[in-house]
Write a protein that binds this ligand. Structure first.
Ligand code: CAA
Length: 256
């Protein structure tokens, strides 16, 4: 396990805290490998129902590691398909919640947007400041930010490099819920435990169908949703969930 990550697991929730305080959790190749290598086995584990990704009070992550990038040539970046590896994190199928305090800039904002939900502390600051470094977002910012908050605000942020505070981020649809900083991790883990308590097949299907909405036409998306809905009738958890409702008792999902 990498020294850059602090990992804990309980009640079906794995919590990963990025831990490079000297550089405000700047994202380098080692952090990417550590995150993916740590999380892929949890992703395959049916007992793991939700992932929480967090940083420090000062920074979720202040972006891709500028020291690592500084000397790269175009061919270094092109041949290694620099930053493409981060999509392995986005592709994890288990729901991921980013709990953001402090700076989520550049790659930090993009990493938060690779998560399915962003919860933020009131100190959170989002931004895509790459233009100030002579580049543009490279981990999905131009695409995911535009889909999440719309063209007007995404273009404003990416062209000016300005920061967006937590309140604006919530109003803009980037952040699902705002909490006091001191309560952020507790509240995020509480929501994660709720997500982890449901049948995993339904959870995976719910995530896939919502994500499909960004990629497809309404007609195709509705068909995809209906087929996924139909498929869940093959699970024990559907029988349990509906029977429990009718018997007026809590459901006991078994992930089958
Ligand atoms: N990469 C490498 N090191 C970083 C870093 C980064 N992205 N962000 C901060 N650090 C380092 C600083 O160099 C500094 O190190 P030293 O103590 O050795 O000087 C340390 O972290 C603390 O940072 P500051 O002294 O700058 O702290 P601050 O409180 O004054 O400012 C900040 C905080 C506003 C976040 C400022 O650090 C900053 O602007 N960081 C860079 C943000 C940025 O431009 N991010 C985008 C990177 S490019 C990218 O992400 C491309 C992409 O799309 C993937």
């Amino acid at each position: 396990m990498s020294a850059n990550l602090i990992v804990t697991a309980a009640d079906g929730v794995v919590t990963v805290k990025m831990n490079r305080p000297d550089v405000l959790n700047a994202l380098d190749g080692e952090m990417l490998r550590a995150l993916v290598d740590t999380l892929q086995p949890f992703d395959r584990d049916p007992e793991c129902g939700c992932i929480v990704l967090t940083g420090s009070e000062k920074a979720f992550a202040a972006g891709a590691d500028i020291r690592e990038m500084n000397e790269k040539s175009y061919l270094d970046a092109y041949h290694s398909d620099f930053l493409a590896g981060w999509e392995a994190f986005a592709r994890l199928r288990t729901p991921k919640i980013a709990a953001v305090s402090g700076y989520a800039l550049g790659g930090g904002c993009e990493l938060a947007m690779m998560c399915d939900i962003i919860y933020a502390g009131r100190s959170a600051i989002f931004g895509q400041p790459e233009i100030r470094l002579g580049v543009i977002p490279g981990m999905g910012g131009s695409q995911r930010l535009t889909r999440l908050i719309g063209r007007a605000k995404a273009m404003d942020m990416i062209l000016t490099g300005r920061q967006m505070d937590a309140q604006e981020a919530e109003h803009s649809g980037l952040v699902a819920r705002l909490f006091d900083d001191a309560a952020l991790l507790f509240e995020t883990q509480k929501a994660a435990r709720i997500i982890a308590s449901y049948g995993k097949a339904a959870t995976l299907a719910a995530r896939e169908t919502v994500n499909r909405a960004e990629e497809t036409s309404l007609t195709e998306g509705l068909l995809f949703e209906r087929r996924a809905f139909h498929a869940l009738f093959a699970t024990q958890d559907q029988k349990e969930g509906m029977t429990a409702f009718l018997e007026k008792r809590p459901a006991r999902f078994v992930g089958k």
